[in-house]
Every structure is written in structure tokens, then in C-alpha cells.
Design a protein around this ligand. Sequence first.
Ligand SMILES: [Zn+2]
Ligand SMILES: [Zn+2]
Length: 446
Amino acid sequence: MRARCASIAYLEPLMKSARYASPRLVACHECDALYQLRPLRSGEHSDCERCGSRLAGRQKNGVQRASAFLLGGVMLFFVANFFPFLSVKAAGQENTIQLWTAVSTLAEGGGLGVAVAIAFFLLLAPLIFVLGNLYILLPLLVGRSAPGSARIARFVTAIEEWAMVEVFFVGVLVSLLKLSALAKLEFGAGFWALLIFVPCIAAARSTLDRHELWARLAAASRTSRPPAEVPHSNLPSAAARRLACCHTCGSVAPTSGHHDPCPRCRAPLHLRKPDSITRTFALTFASLLLYFPANLLPIMAIGGIQGNKVNTILGGVITFWHHGSYLVAGIIFTASVLIPVAKLIALFWLCYTTRAQRTLPPTQADALTATKVYRLTELVGRWSMVDVFVVAVLVAAVQLGGLMQIRPGGAALAFAGVVVLTMLAALSYDPRLVWDRTTAPENSST
Ligand SMILES: [Zn+2]
Ligand SMILES: [Zn+2]
């Protein structure tokens, strides 16, 4: 596809040009390299020459296609939530669940904290993402801007990370592998709607480029500002020129370093995330503390005619393995043990290596390694939530009277806390700090 073509030819390193219009400046949000970006044609994208991060992309009819995916998504979302999702039948007992009622079943079963978390990740965040984007995009189709669009776009951008429908669906598939051995299953309209909703939302996310969205919002509301004049420097980073890259809309604007608002979306600007390493370390350490109860306490309790038993995360993995469910055991072990441990180690290493570089300037290769570790940490972190979703589905589905009942254990909430805290830690980390020393005058003068 043409969209896969490298578009490096459309980038010109800033140092080669004399003056730049502010709306055409782009700073890499991972290494802070500054570029002048020519308007992209449909299907093209631009990547950072230094760290490979995506700078901008433009899909053909991006706003129209994203609107279509979201309109389809909103209908599928309501079907997925309010129509029967799954029926479980065993020994004359039957339990039919809907996603909406599954959350209340979880709360009534003693898992109020987990129920609240799941209601947010599975219901509220995706709903805000879909409806918020539709509110912004539909008026843009006719060149208009809805009231409060900028504020809503900021909110939607912040909440996007927490919509975990695709992770939940993997949790559903893992639960089905377990449930199919215990009972007869029937899938309702809600299940098939969720199956289509997941790729629909993924397509909407990948179709919409935030640079294009904010440029069109500014044009529609006529809030475009004249380009700012930028002091010259031989340094390639935006911060070296006192330019900040807005985390929300991606625009580049001069800043005094005192939380000036972004001229395009009004989000506070800063050259670097405030207290990045301290916050990342504190959140990672809190996550490490929660990791112990998450592994030592039972994650679910199973009661029924065969007696009561409790399972820890590792105990569940071992049970699945002994019963020959190698795939389920592998998925849960990877999501619940390997990824969280790897993520904790990676976050501590990033904190250490960024601090250490205050005395030991890194090479570009060192900085690139740290950026790749950070990127991977951010990418895989949310997938650890799979096990919490598995517990939620099992608790909601296996309510078969005296035959069998499953209740959530204390580890489920602790584990959800581990995932949330590591995600917050990754969000607090600023990967540009590693690159700062590589772009210092003594290093970049050659
Ligand atoms: Zn970069
Ligand atoms: Zn902004």
C-alpha cells in the first residue's frame, strides 16, 4: 500500500532552513528532534529520522472514514452491552449474561473494586471515546466546529489509553476455553457485536491522525494563529529553542517553561514532563508493593458440589497446565507474570539509566535502546489486564446455583492496581530526557 511508503523525503531537518511557520513545525514526542513538515498527501506518513517514532500520517478521507467506523462502533457498543452476551448451561442450570449486568454481578459477588475498574475500562472509557470523537468529527464533515470541541478532544485524547475493549475480548476468549470444558455455551448477539466492535474501534484509531484533526478543528473554528518566530540554534531539539511539543495536539509552540497554554488546544505546555523520573519511580515502586498481594492472595474462589477451593495467579496457571490447557496456561502466565515483571524491571531500569546519564552522557545508540524499551513498555502494559478480565467473565458466567459459583479474590483488585500503576508510571516517564544529553552542545557540535 502506498501508505506504507517511507516519507522521509517530506522531512527537512530544521537546521537546513532559515525560517519556519509554526504550524508546520513538528517535534518528535519521543526524542524531541525538530522537523519542518511539508503537507502530506493522502496515504503518506512521516517517521522521525533519529528514533523512528511516527511524526504524522494522513489517511485518505481520514475524518470521513473515522466517522463511519465510529458510527458503526456506537451501534455495536449498545448491542454488545444490552443484548445477551453468553449463555452457560450445565446440569439443568442456565445463566445468561449481558456485559452491563455482568458488572453488577461482579459487584454483588464481593468484587466491588474490580467491578468499578471494569465498568471504567470496558464501558465508560470506550463510550466516551466513541461519542466524544463523533461529537467532534461529525460537524467537521461539513467544515464546522461543535461548541467545546477543543475541550472534549483533550478529554478524549487523555481517556483513549484506558479503553481496553480489545484486551477484554482476549480475556473473553481465554475464559471460553476454560468454560467450554465445564458447560455448554451459546453466544448471543452481544458477543458477535463485541467481536466486530473491536476491529471497528481499532480502525477508527488508526484512521485518524491527531495533527490533521487539530488542524481541521483550528480551521473550522478559525483559531489558527500567525506563525511564531523562532530563535535560531544549531541544536536539533525543540527544547533547545524553547519550543514545546504539546502532548495533546502535537503542535509546537514557544514557551516560557511556566505551563503556558498550547495556542491550539489550550493544554498546558512544558518542555519536559514535570518531575518525570521521581513520579515514574514512585508509581513503579507502589506497583511493586501491590505485586506481592496480587500473587499471594487468591484471585478467585470456586464453590459448588465438588467443594470449595481458591486459586492464586500462579496456582491457576499450574492447574490449567495439569489439565492440558497449555494455551490458556501460556497466555495467563505471559500476561500475568512475565509482562508485569518485565515491565517493572524496564521501568526501574529506565529511571536508573536516565538518572545515571546525568554523569555519564549516552551515545545515540544508548538513547535509542532506552526509547525502544520505553516504547515496548508502553505498548504491552495494558495487556496484563487480561487475567482480571478472565476472572470477571468467569465470575459473571459461572453463577449456576448450588452446582458451581465463582467469586473474585483479593488478588484481582491488587493485580488491577499493579497494571494501572505501571501504566501511569509509563505515562509519567519522559523518553526525551535520555536524548537531552546526546543533543548537548559538546556532543552535537560535530
Ligand atoms: Zn524521534
Ligand atoms: Zn496542544
